[in-house]
Ligand binder design. Structure first.
Ligand code: 3PG
Length: 401
């Protein structure tokens, strides 16, 4: 039984579509540069499909989070879209939406960062978000709402769920693929032994959610990144002042209480060695020989060999988050090697920084079973939660079918 409207069943000719994509991209606030990554290419494909069908397209996205250095206007994103789509009209935050009333077939308009609206991220229900500022302004001007950004469907935010009670709302092609592929992976995990989760990166809530949900199953958790450092601390290693200060400044030490409770679990595996920078060179240090006065920036070669052996016996592997500071040549090693190993296995990769690392390291996606554009959304989906974006699309189908 269908739960959603399907993109392929619609005739979008001459219809105005609000298309929610995810153009949340890595941004360097010092150089003011935005990194292109596959999120852009994938959503551009959706926009092109809509153009071919004769739709008028209003694109919505967020960038960064309030208070963070990557919380910027989408002006640069408009330039990026122009590279692939030609003419794109950008409407700055605060400017009138009159232009949308006159937009022509195949034309693309990009609105400014949806998180500039105070009530975008307010803690409200799907129904309440129908009254959010952006939704109220835009919904009279559109015929349909398309949620292409699976990667934000775990957020009950106005631009994700707010249109669903007002206009027929449906998933876009990127969303449909993400959902289908993650469902396939979840089924495999539930029916097989030897599942491996490689969890790294710099976000901790999401890996800990995976650990909570899967630790009672047939899994092994290979830790890298910040998560591995916290497990090393909880297992009695002194990392050294630089690393410990870094973890403190960024607020990561607040997670130690939770990690303490998991520290004796044998399914959670920690690195054998780590890498630091000394006199401009990469130096690897066995964890037994810690502390070190330099900050830890990657996992080492012994860890890669050890993790590689464990992965050899796996049925399914899920990886989220880079193993180290892949942006720096000397410290891309751990992340790059893991990607190389995973190419030979049934593997799913997820997360904004993971796809950024793949792009920067020029590793094509087709070597893996699937690369998800979502991080938190993919994880919440795998843990079986009903994502607000999915719920809103289902409700919209029930209302307008
Ligand atoms: C992501 O990068 O995972 C998505 O764009 C969601 O961003 P958020 O975690 O700031 O909501």
């Amino acid at each position: 039984m269908e739960e959603f409207f399907r993109f392929k069943d619609f005739d979008f000719k001459n219809k105005t579509i609000a298309l929610r994509v995810d153009l949340n991209l890595p941004y360097n606030s010092e150089t003011k540069e935005l990194s292109e990554n596959p999120r852009v290419y994938k959503h551009v494909e959706t926009i092109k499909k809509l153009q071919e069908s004769g739709a008028k397209i209003v694109v919505l996205s967020h960038q960064g989070r309030k208070g963070k250095s990557d919380f910027i206007s989408l002006e640069k994103h408009a330039e990026l879209l122009k590279k692939y789509l030609g003419n794109v009209k950008f409407i700055k935050f605060g400017e009138s939406f009159d232009y949308i009333e006159k937009i022509k077939e195949k034309e693309v308009v990009l609105l400014d960062n949806v998180r500039f609206y105070e009530d975008e991220t307010a803690d409200k229900s799907i129904e309440e978000h129908a009254n959010s500022e952006l939704v109220k302004k835009l919904s009279p001007l559109i015929d349909y709402f398309i949620l292409d950004a699976f990667s934000v469907s775990h957020r009950c935010h106005a631009s994700v769920v707010g249109f669903s009670t007002l206009k027929p709302s449906l998933p876009g092609p990127v969303f449909e693929t993400e959902q289908t592929e993650l469902e396939k992976f979840l089924k495999k995990v539930e029916t097989s032994k030897n599942n491996i989760f490689i969890l790294g990166g710099a976000k901790l809530e999401e890996p800990l959610e995976i650990i909570d949900n899967f630790l009672n199953k047939e899994v092994k958790i290979l830790t890298t990144g910040v998560l591995s450092l916290l497990f090393l601390i909880s297992r009695g290693y002194k990392l050294g002042e630089e690393t410990e200060n870094f973890l403190k400044e960024k607020g990561y030490l607040n997670f130690l209480t939770k990690i303490e409770k998991l520290k004796n679990n044998e399914k959670i595996i920690t690195p054998l060695d780590v890498a630091v920078e000394r006199d401009g060179n990469r130096i690897e240090i066995l964890v037994e020989n810690l502390p070190t006065k330099e900050r830890i920036l990657d996992i080492g070669q012994k860890t890669i060999e050890f993790y590689g052996e464990i992965i050899k016996n796996s049925t399914n592997v899920f990886m989220k988050g880079p193993a180290g500071i892949y942006e720096r040549k000397n410290f891309e090693y751990g992340t790059k090697k893991l990607f190389e190993i995973l190419k030979n296995f049934n593997s799913v990769l997820a997360g904004g920084n993971t796809i950024d690392a793949l792009s920067k390291l020029k590793i094509p996606f087709d070597g893996f079973n699937y690369v998800s554009l979502g991080g938190g959304a993919a994880i919440e989906f795998l843990t079986g939660k009903e994502l607000p974006g999915i719920k809103a699309l289902k409700q919209s189908f029930e209302k307008f079918k």
